[in-house]
Design a protein around this ligand. Structure first.
Ligand code: SF4
Length: 356
């Protein structure tokens, strides 16, 4: 671990705090919040989600579940319905688990220390540091992609941030830099600075009060940082949904596999390795295995895409009417009103909204 120039470190902290005090105009409903329930909610929602999208979900959650007990006593399906469309559904599962644990076992009181917070399901070092510093001003520095970008640029850190060594470097540096007396304000400042000034593309260096000592700026290498060791390979998946109906009702099931969209609902799915014709999908053995032999083909949609972090899902909806009511293992036959109360992946929800 290299030593860091103490003058450069104190310049960074002092000027970051100055920027936060005088020029940080970023507005978010959870900003300066002290209630750990609300901070926790906002942080879980914001993991892998942009602030613009997360804000509406945060407001909806608070409206529906204004405190931890309300959230803890809700049905799983009710919480998943509010979460619908946010993605990364394991977050929602952990949210429900932790809400019930805090409400029942801890009598509704969140742990007040970083270590205590870390023990809760779904709370890692970043979220624990955010809650501990915002709610209790505990001196723990947040470290996420935004913060690592700012630090690697300013200090010219060449070590890849997607390796344990790179993360350790950044974490060590973040601990040195934090304003221990104003940990909450410092963390808020560096997060907002990364999001609005030292942005991934086109950082606003000309208006940055850190530029004087910023290595990336001085050496004209802002695009080079943060250094990464590998490129993430994206996978393409082709989903063919058989929307089987019988007298205005539809066959749906809950996804239980350890895959994307766990606990959300869907129609019968036939996944293919490549784009396929509707005919070939309808002749697929899965349909036969489910016992669907006779049906009337109604129509097929065009392919629609949903981009996830590491996967592109391309889906097609094929609607068929079954002549005779039948039991299909794992599926329920539901009416439109019931379907509206269930949580579906965004792509299916949009299709349902356009059709029903
Ligand atoms: S000068 Fe540019 S690269 Fe350096 S910290 Fe400021 S915005 Fe980021």
């Amino acid at each position: 671990m290299p030593g860091y120039d103490s003058e450069k470190c104190s310049f960074f902290t002092k000027n970051l705090m100055k920027w936060h005090k005088n020029y940080n105009f970023r507005m978010m409903p959870w900003k300066y919040e002290k209630n750990p329930y609300k901070i926790w909610l906002s942080e879980i929602i914001l993991q892998q989600t942009r602030v613009e999208q997360g804000t509406a979900y945060y407001n909806n959650f608070l409206k529906k579940f204004p405190n931890i007990h309300k959230l803890a006593s809700a049905e799983d399906s009710e919480v998943f319905k509010v979460w619908e469309g946010l993605g990364y559904y394991s977050r929602c599962k952990n949210l429900i688990h932790t809400a019930r644990y805090v409400s029942d076992t801890l009598k509704g009181i969140f742990p007040t220390t970083y270590e205590g917070l870390l023990k809760l399901k779904g709370i890692g070092p970043y979220t624990a540091a955010a809650i501990a510093s915002f709610a209790y001003n505990e001196p723990y520095a947040v470290l996420d992609g935004n913060v690592m970008r700012v630090l690697t640029r300013f200090f010219g850190l060449n070590v890849p941030v997607d390796t344990p060594e790179g993360k350790n470097h950044c974490s060590h540096l973040a601990e040195i830099l934090i304003d221990k007396k104003n940990a909450g304000l410092y963390n808020q400042g560096i997060m907002d600075f990364g999001a609005t000034v030292c942005k991934p593309k086109s950082p606003i260096c000309s208006a940055c009060n850190l530029s004087k000592y910023c290595t990336a700026f001085i050496t004209n290498q802002t695009e080079k940082f943060p250094v990464k060791s590998k490129k993430i390979k994206k996978k393409n998946r082709f989903f063919y949904y058989i929307v089987a109906s019988f007298k205005g009702k539809f066959y749906v099931r809950k996804r239980v596999e350890k895959d994307i969209w766990q606990n959300l609902h869907e129609f019968m799915l036939i996944e293919r390795a490549q784009k396929s014709t509707v005919d070939s999908v309808l002749h697929h053995k899965v349909l036969k295995a489910l016992g669907i032999e006779t049906y009337t083909f109604l129509f097929a949609s065009t392919h629609v895409k949903q981009q996830l972090t590491h996967q592109t899902i391309e889906a097609c909806f094929i609607q068929i009417e079954i002549g005779k009511k039948q039991h299909i293992p794992g599926f329920d036959l539901v009416d439109v009103n019931t379907m509206k109360r269930l949580a579906f992946p965004k792509l299916i929800k949009m299709w349902i909204q356009s059709m029903i």
